[in-house]
Write a protein that binds this ligand. Structure first.
Ligand code: NDP
Length: 445
């Protein structure tokens, strides 16, 4: 890293002690900016880099709630409003026991550049709580969401900050939070949250968008080599929103996904995933991946090891950060994997990314490959503002166009800065320059 960039990174580590995921995300972006700063030194003036790594606002709050047995619990809530140069803060809410300030900050930081890549006028933010919805009744989840929103409501709004879902936050949780927001404000501000139900302001394709987008990105990368997903064997991790719809789109494009996973293990179904059964188990019954295996002859559950031990042509990590390390990358490469498209945020460790890049395979980083979700959230905001609703084909065509544009922006930026085919550099450079140009236009704020 150049001195000027290295200094910014050292300051981030010193100021945000112990927040290792945040350090990792900042390092990855700053490292990519070396050729950008070398070519355009004005991006390092006016403390622009120092400003972009510092959130505009960090909110941390107590979330007390009562379980079904009458016991009181206290969780911690977060909203990091990172950068509003391009529009209202936009980014999901994560409910998972591992959530802490560093994880929310890493996600919020990534979100700035991801949202810039969509070219839709949305700033970057992220939030969540260390609340674990697993095993909680609907009534408990509702009481938690109401308590969480009671504080969050004072910080958000359709032109200020527009949260959505992430791990542990789906349509049910968004519904409870929207209900509480509406009650507190006495105002039907549909545009304050995205990922809403279709009957109350949601957009068709929002549920599918992140998974579909990650697969469309893989298809675009393959097309640069004159190839396609047709006939390819696909290894998927996760069994949540992103994984399920990545499997769906991969199947539609003629590929065969054969795995999925959750924190209890992974499933291998060599005949190809039975998507209807997977949706029934995960979306309807809120069950575990083992429930799929019980009803699917030929499928097996593996509780040790890693889903990346299974050989395939394409890998779609769709679970969580740092789920694919250097060893897993080496195993995937030995198994013949030629494409990785990240559905999750920062699922590959730096060692894994290095291994993929050294091997010269197609590697699509999350901030580009999984931007379809937030892009479709912005389409939901657009429909809410216009009090209109598009049909599925219209919304999907827009998503497909946005993903193609993101892919092409990454390719063009990688070429401009002398590393053709490097989607990491391409995504970071294209996202950064869009935000930085507007920050410069807005002055020192
Ligand atoms: P879900 O909560 O719907 O699903 C998450 C899946 O990943 C579950 O199967 C979960 O298993 C598994 N998982 C989560 N944490 C771990 C862990 N520590 N170890 C093993 N498995 C784990 O979340 P999403 O599908 O929405 O999100 C998945 C990823 O995609 C996240 O990185 C998220 O930030 C990213 N993303 C999501 C977007 C969206 O629109 N939803 C948009 C862009 C990115 P279990 O149930 O056992 O915990």
């Amino acid at each position: 890293m150049q001195d000027v960039v290295e200094k910014v990174y050292e300051q981030v580590v010193a100021r945000n002690r112990g927040e290792v995921e945040f350090h990792q995300a900042v390092h990855e972006v700053l490292e990519s900016l070396d050729p950008v700063i070398a070519k355009h030194p004005h991006y390092a003036e006016g403390a622009l880099l120092e400003r972009i790594v510092e959130p505009e606002r960090q909110i941390m709050f107590r979330v007390p709630w009562v379980d079904d047995a009458g016991q009181v619990h206290v969780n911690r809530g977060f909203r990091i409003e990172f950068n509003s140069a391009l529009g209202p803060y936009k980014g999901g809410l994560r409910f998972h026991p591992s959530v802490n300030a560093g994880i929310i900050k890493f996600l919020g930081f990534e979100q700035i550049f991801k949202n810039a890549l969509t070219a839709q006028g949305i700033g970057g933010g992220k939030g969540g709580s260390d609340f674990d919805p697993h095993g909680r009744s609907d009534a408990e989840v509702m009481r938690f969401c109401q308590s969480f929103m009671t504080e969050l409501a004072r910080h958000i709004g359709p032109s200020t900050d527009v949260p959505a879902g992430d791990i542990g936050v789906g349509g049910r949780e968004i519904g409870y939070m929207f209900g509480q927001y509406k009650r507190l404000r006495n105002s039907y501000d549909a545009g304050v949250l995205t990922g809403k139900g279709l009957a109350w302001g949601g957009s068709l394709v929002r549920t599918e968008a992140t998974g579909y987008g990650a697969v469309l990105f893989a298809q675009s990368m393959l097309s640069t080599k004159g190839e396609s997903l047709e006939g390819k064997k696909v290894i998927v991790s996760g069994a949540g929103n992103v994984a399920i719809y990545a499997i769906e789109k991969a199947q539609q494009l003629g590929a065969t996904p054969i795995t999925f996973s959750d924190s209890s293990g992974y499933v291998v179904d060599e005949a190809g995933v039975d998507l209807e059964l997977l949706k029934q188990v995960k979306e309807v019954e809120r069950g575990r991946v083992a429930d799929y295996v019980e009803r699917r002859p030929g499928a097996r559950l593996v509780t040790g090891g890693s889903v990346w031990d299974v050989p395939g042509d394409v890998a779609l990590p769709c679970a969580t950060q740092n789920e694919l390390d250097g060893d897993a990358a080496a195993t995937l490469l030995r198994g013949g994997c030629g494409v990785v498209s990240e559905g999750a945020n920062m699922p590959s460790t730096p060692e894994a990314v290095e291994a993929f890049q050294k091997a010269g395979i197609l590697f699509g980083p999350g901030k580009a490959a999984n931007a379809g979700g937030v892009a479709t959230s912005a389409l939901e905001m657009e429909q809410n503002a216009g009090r209109t609703r598009w049909d599925f084909a219209t919304a999907e065509a827009k998503l497909t166009g946005i993903m193609a544009d993101i892919h092409d922006s990454c390719v063009a930026a990688a070429e401009e800065y002398g590393r053709p085919g490097d989607y990491v550099l391409g995504a970071n450079a294209a996202g950064f320059t869009r935000v930085a140009d507007v920050m410069i236009a807005h002055g020192i704020v």
